[in-house]
Write a protein that binds this ligand. Structure first.
Ligand code: HEC
Length: 305
C-alpha cells in the first residue's frame, strides 16, 4: 500500500489559511487580448487562480503567461499540448474530470494542485464554461479555505452557468482540508498527461471533429472561415473513422446497446460524408441532425451525468 501522509488536520489547516473573506478582493482588470488569441470565458477567481477555454494558438499561451501563470491545469479529456506550453515556459498538469459529480480522487488531485503548485494557475477544460471553472473553484477553495459553496457563488456572480447539476452540487458540497492528501514524495508529482480511460479520450477526439463539422455546416458546408484547412467531406470521413475505431478498439467489452448505438452513429457519419461528396446539402443536414441525436441519446443512457 502507498504510504499516505496527513498534511495537516482540517482544524490546523484552517488555522494556517486566512479567512475566506480576506480573499474576496476584486480580481485584477482583464488583460488586453493579444493578437489572434482565442481564449474565451477568462474568469479570475482570485489573482492566482484563473479559468478559461483551452489554449490553442501561440498567442493563447502568451496571453496565459502575460496573466502571470506559470502552470496550466487541463481538466479536459484531450491530451494537453505539453510541448507548445513548454515553449512559453509553462508547465502542464492534467487532471481530467467528467461532467458528472467530482469523485474523491479528482478532488484529491485538485486539492494537491492547490498545495503543490506555486504561483498563478490557469485552469481550462474545452470551452471554459463548466468543468474548468468548477475545478478552478475547488482549487481556489483549497487555497483560501473558502467553502466550495462560496467558491461556486463566485462563478455564478461572474456569469458562468450552473448547467450540470451533479458537477455543481459536488463543488457546492466541497470542504477544503477534509481529505487526506498523499505525500508527493511517495506518489510522484501531478502528471503532465494523465493516464486516461481510452473511451474518454476517443470521445474528446470525436467532439473536436464534430465541432469542426458544426463550423462547416454554419458556413453552408464550406470550410469554416477560421479553419480554412477543414474540407467538410474529408472531415466527415475522419469523423466516421473515429466512431469505427472507437467501437473496434475501446468497446470490445462494452454492452451490446452501446456498440449498436456507436455503429449507428458511424453509419450516419458515412451518410454525411457521402452527402458532402455529392454536394447534397439537404441530405448532409439530415445526416448531421441524426448524428446530433445519436450523441444525445447515447449520453442520456450511457454517460453518467
Ligand atoms: C454510443 C454512445 C455514444 C455516442 C454515439 C457518443 N458518445 Fe460521447 N460519450 C459516451 C460515453 C459513454 C461517454 C463517457 C466516457 C467516459 O467514461 O469518460 C462520452 C463522453 C463524451 C464527452 C466527454 C469527454 C471527456 O472529456 O470527459 C464528450 C465531449 C462527448 N462524449 C462528445 C460526443 C459527441 C459530440 C458525440 C456525437 C458526435 C458523441 N459524444 C457520441 C458515449 C457516446
Amino acid at each position: 500500500m502507498r504510504r499516505m501522509k496527513r498534511f495537516a488536520t482540517p482544524i490546523a489547516l484552517l488555522a494556517l489559511i486566512p479567512a475566506c473573506a480576506r480573499h474576496a478582493a476584486a480580481p485584477p482588470p482583464p488583460q488586453a487580448a493579444t493578437d489572434h488569441a482565442t481564449l474565451e470565458h477568462i474568469t479570475h477567481l482570485s489573482p492566482t487562480v484563473i479559468s478559461g477555454s483551452e489554449p490553442v494558438t501561440d498567442a493563447d499561451f502568451e496571453l496565459i503567461r502575460a496573466m502571470g501563470a506559470q502552470t496550466i491545469i487541463s481538466v479536459d479529456g484531450a491530451t494537453p499540448d505539453v510541448e507548445r506550453a513548454k515553449k512559453f515556459g509553462l508547465r502542464y498538469v492534467h487532471i481530467p474530470i467528467a461532467y458528472s459529480a467530482l469523485n474523491a480522487s479528482e478532488e484529491v488531485q485538485l486539492e494537491r494542485a492547490a498545495h503543490e503548485i506555486p504561483g498563478t494557475i490557469f485552469v481550462h477544460c474545452h470551452h471554459g464554461l463548466h468543468r474548468g471553472p468548477v475545478a478552478a473553484a475547488v482549487i481556489y477553495a483549497a487555497e483560501t479555505g473558502c467553502s466550495g459553496a462560496d467558491a461556486a457563488q463566485k462563478l455564478y456572480d461572474a456569469g458562468l452557468p450552473r448547467k450540470y447539476e451533479a458537477l455543481h452540487q459536488s463543488l457546492e458540497a466541497f470542504l477544503p482540508g477534509t481529505r487526506i492528501l498523499p505525500d508527493p514524495k511517495a506518489v510522484g508529482p501531478l502528471p503532465e498527461i494523465a493516464q486516461r480511460d481510452s473511451l474518454t479520450l476517443a470521445m474528446a477526439d470525436i467532439d473536436r471533429s464534430w465541432e469542426r463539422l458544426g463550423a462547416a455546416r454554419k458556413n453552408n458546408w464550406q470550410p469554416p472561415p477560421d479553419h480554412p484547412d477543414v474540407v467538410p467531406a474529408h472531415e466527415a470521413a475522419i469523423f466516421a473513422e473515429l466512431f469505427r475505431e472507437t467501437n473496434r478498439l475501446h468497446l470490445a467489452d462494452a454492452d451490446a446497446d452501446m456498440r449498436t448505438r456507436m455503429t449507428h452513429a458511424e453509419r450516419f457519419a458515412w451518410a454525411l460524408n457521402a452527402a458532402l461528396e455529392a454536394s447534397d446539402h439537404a441530405a448532409a443536414n439530415t445526416a448531421a441532425d441524426a448524428i446530433a441525436q445519436s450523441c444525445t441519446d447515447c449520453h442520456n443512457i450511457h454517460r453518467n451525468n
